[in-house]
Design a protein around this ligand. Structure first.
Ligand SMILES: Cc1cc2nc3c(=O)[nH]c(=O)nc-3n(C[C@H](O)[C@H](O)[C@H](O)COP(=O)(O)OP(=O)(O)OC[C@H]3O[C@@H](n4cnc5c(N)ncnc54)[C@H](O)[C@@H]3O)c2cc1C
Ligand code: FES
Length: 286
């Protein structure tokens, strides 16, 4: 299979020019969250991407927003992205039908450095929709399973009915030789799993902490506590990787909307090492 390891350069010549894509499939994940599968409208090959990267999705006449890629990077036949309707553009994206067209720029940004994790235990911590940007990394971990030590996925959502990619989680639990722990903030009748925030699961992890690596994605407050808890059990700060979100416009480091200390989240992120961003987490504008 054609694997993709290297992120694309962010300054492609046509980085500001959307290419037209067509929706080939839409899947309702949750009442407000849909996964779109897309191909280039002219049937040309789509740009290759690395797990963790995002595109700028443009609904004609409505606007453009950054959305992470949630599909398998080794499948170059289609682009897969999962969108939650929170406002004007995201809602319009979730309402696109099969056959509708949209604009796509990218992919942009840094990747989850999964290939650097060979021989190490890997802990993946996801909160809510944060599982979507992590799914390409999970596909890569799955494809190269034998190269890693223990794999653990800790996933937290508000309620059992908010669990994303539920059937895939079940499949991975069976096939992937990966420990998967799901926790919810508010359990309903019939829930037999963990209750409480996902960070509470971290102190119980049985990993070779000095040598383990971690990928974390979710609401920023959750990432702050998760990274700190991972560090508390012994993971070195540079071994912890987070995916940050900021308002974006250009996505190529020109407009300054996503400025983050001395850099830009669109160009130097979204995936960043904890030791580089620890002091800045929680600050909306720098
Ligand atoms: C690198 C990156 C990757 C992203 N990946 C994804 C993804 O995979 N799937 C996805 O659905 N979204 C993702 N987002 C978030 C997405 O870009 C925003 O939800 C979107 O910009 C909101 O635009 P809008 O026009 O729909 O809403 P707006 O009209 O801009 O906002 C509507 C309301 O939603 C709130 N809001 C805005 N952004 C967010 C947010 N990120 N989370 C919660 N509330 C928000 C606003 O404060 C406002 O109250 C990503 C963002 C970044 C920077
Ligand atoms: S979005 Fe313009 S600099 Fe990052």
């Amino acid at each position: 299979m054609d694997r993709v390891a290297e992120p694309l350069p962010v300054t492609q010549p046509d980085a500001m020019l959307p290419r037209v894509a067509r929706v080939t499939r839409r899947t309702r994940e949750l009442p407000d969250t849909w996964t779109l599968e897309m191909v280039a409208a002219d049937e040309a090959p789509l740009p290759r991407y690395a797990p963790g990267q995002f595109t700028m999705m443009y609904v004609f006449g409505v606007g453009e927003i950054p959305v992470s890629i949630s599909g398998d990077a080794s499948d170059t036949s289609r682009l897969v992205q999962t969108v939650r309707a929170v406002g004007k553009v995201s809602e319009a994206l979730t309402k696109l039908s099969v056959g509708d067209t949209l604009g796509l720029r990218g992919p942009f940004g840094t990747a989850w450095p999964v290939a650097d994790f060979y021989e190490h235990d890997v802990v993946v911590v996801a909160g809510g929709l944060g599982l979507a940007p992590l799914r390409p990394a999970l596909y890569q971990l799955q494809a190269e399973r034998r190269r890693f030590g223990k794999l653990m996925l800790l996933y937290g959502t508000r309620r059992p009915e908010d669990i994303l990619f539920r059937s895939q989680l079940e499949r991975w639990r069976r096939q992937l030789d990966m420990e998967i722990e799901v926790t919810v903030d508010h359990a309903g009748a019939g829930w037999r799993g963990h209750v409480g925030v996902v960070t509470k699961l971290i102190p119980r992890l049985a990993v070779d902490a000095d040598n383990a690596k971690a990928l974390v994605c979710g609401p920023e407050v959750m990432m702050r506590f998760a990274a700190s808890a991972l560090h508390d059990i012994g993971l070195p700060e540079p071994a912890i990787h987070l995916s940050l979100e900021r308002n974006m416009k250009c996505a190529v480091g020109l407009c300054g909307h996503c400025q983050f200390a001395g850099g830009f989240v669109c160009k130097d992120g979204p995936v960043m090492r904890y030791d580089k961003v620890r002091c800045l987490l929680g600050l909306k504008e720098i």
